[in-house]
Design a protein around this ligand. Structure first.
Ligand code: BEZ
Length: 277
């Protein structure tokens, strides 16, 4: 762990110096060179300090708390989550094409998430004024008439992006004009106990799939309520799996019929009754 971290920091550090040189070569005077080098080093000192404090986030880890400005006002993230499930999803920057389509798609599905006691919250690495203007564009171009009803976090200094490790290895060498790494496309599903239940990390080039986010949420909620797991490509209504930790006797008592394809692979019907409780 320590060696990976120090290696990554070394890479970030080299990238910072390289960035200084790159910016400097566009501004010919020697003063420009020194200035660019200094600001790149300063930006990387800030990034590195945040990086040092970044907790290791695993499935089951507590979702780190933070305070942030959002398009719905300031929030304390844990207070925002409250007793709901929460989908936190990040974007590299405002006014970018793929992100615009993604926010439009989440806006159109907001009712589906609400039905599942789930709040949406986006994040993009720009300030509030920019977010407000971008939302106008999104509603004009990408929501099919829906409003963007959820908050978007303003994270221009990438504080939350670092806290949640939403920058990738390559992006540490792919810095913007301020010498800060891009925020990548991440999705976190956080449960009402404020535990991270799913992470998805996408490259900047690839839009996410909102149907998949909803599908995983359905699987997690079904699993929590009914004590089952779900097979490949499962969608609600289809047969589920009886986990290996449940004996045949206990499975019969809980689910009634089940079908053993192998002793360790047992299916039972979608547990509609258990989900109503
Ligand atoms: C986008 O299309 O969302 C995008 C484009 C360039 C950089 C980051 C994001």
């Amino acid at each position: 762990m320590a060696s990976t971290l120090s290696r990554t920091l070394r890479i970030a550090s080299v990238a910072g110096v390289r960035a200084g040189i790159r910016v400097a070569s566009a501004r010919a005077p020697v003063f420009g060179f020194a200035f660019a080098q200094k600001s790149a080093v300063r930006a990387f000192s800030v990034s590195r300090a945040i990086f040092d404090e970044q907790p290791r986030l695993r499935l089951g880890s507590p979702a780190p708390n933070f305070k942030a400005e959002t398009t719905h006002g300031p929030i304390d993230f844990h207070e925002f989550i409250g007793d709901s499930w929460t989908i936190l999803f990040s974007h590299p920057a405002d006014f970018t094409p793929v992100c615009t389509t993604e926010l439009g798609a989440f806006a159109q599905l907001e009712d589906e998430f609400s039905k599942r006691n789930t709040k949406l919250i986006g994040l993009s690495a720009n300030g509030l004024d920019s977010h407000e203007k971008w939302i106008e564009d999104i509603e004009e171009a990408a929501t099919n008439g829906s409003k963007v009803g959820f908050p978007i976090i303003a994270d221009p200094e990438r504080k939350v992006a670092f806290l949640y490790d939403m920058v990738d290895h390559q992006d540490l060498t792919n810095i913007d004009t301020k010498g800060i790494a891009f925020t990548i496309r991440a999705v976190f599903i956080i449960d009402p106990n404020k535990k991270i239940r799913l992470t998805m990390l996408y490259p900047a080039s690839t839009g996410r799939n909102t149907a998949e986010v909803l599908r995983v949420l359905d699987s997690l909620q079904t699993g929590d309520k009914a004590g089952v797991t779900t097979p490949i490509n499962w969608i609600p209504g289809e047969d589920v799996i009886v986990p290996p930790s449940v004996s045949n006797e206990a499975a019969a008592a809980k689910f009634g019929d089940f079908r053993a394809v192998k002793p360790y692979l047992r299916y039972t019907k979608y547990p509609a009754d258990l989900l109503k409780k």
